[in-house]
Design a protein around this ligand. Sequence first.
Ligand SMILES: CC(C)(COP(=O)(O)OP(=O)(O)OC[C@H]1O[C@@H](n2cnc3c(N)ncnc32)[C@H](O)[C@@H]1OP(=O)(O)O)[C@@H](O)C(=O)NCCC(=O)NCCS
Length: 159
Amino acid sequence: MEGKAKPVALSKVETQRLIQPSDLNIFDTLFGGKLVSWVDEIAAIAAHRHSALRVVTLSIDELMFEAPVTKGDIITIKASVNRVFKSSMEVGVKVTQHHLDSDIEKRICRAFLTFVVIDENHEPCICPPCLPESTDELRRYENALIRRESRMRLRESLS
Ligand SMILES: CC(C)(COP(=O)(O)OP(=O)(O)OC[C@H]1O[C@@H](n2cnc3c(N)ncnc32)[C@H](O)[C@@H]1OP(=O)(O)O)[C@@H](O)C(=O)NCCC(=O)NCCS
């Protein structure tokens, strides 16, 4: 891998959103497509913060909507790079919800996205490696490899 390893912490991004009526589906809960778009956007920011290069989304995996979100909830979306391979990297995203009238925070979504660093010809190029430092970062780093191997196995067994 080329370049000096950058601490995972450099890639961390966090944002919050107040859920508005225009964010809801016909059942008056948050429309999943909106959340997917926010997840993709914040993950792309994390991937760009890490690489400082052009990044495109290759895949969004294991995205789970674990609980409904309603009007007036505040959601917090956090993303960081889990592991860099060569041209690709995995970014993990966690979304939590809290109601305006309570301090209880609950996870409502988790996703793993793969981004590829590309050059001006849209060809994959080498991404700088990342350096996990905390216990959680090391755990995510190890798990990212397991997920990548599982994706590759699935791809091979289906082709
Ligand atoms: C991303 C893109 C440039 C990759 O091109 P490609 O010819 O498939 O490139 P490669 O085969 O060299 O793969 C690139 C990386 O993706 C990885 N990859 C490919 N398929 C994968 C899969 N199923 N799971 C995990 N990683 C995968 C490869 O291992 C490689 O990573 P590495 O260099 O770290 O080992 C191309 O697929 C593309 O342009 N996709 C559209 C992206 C886009 O527009 N996204 C916006 C949303 S529409």
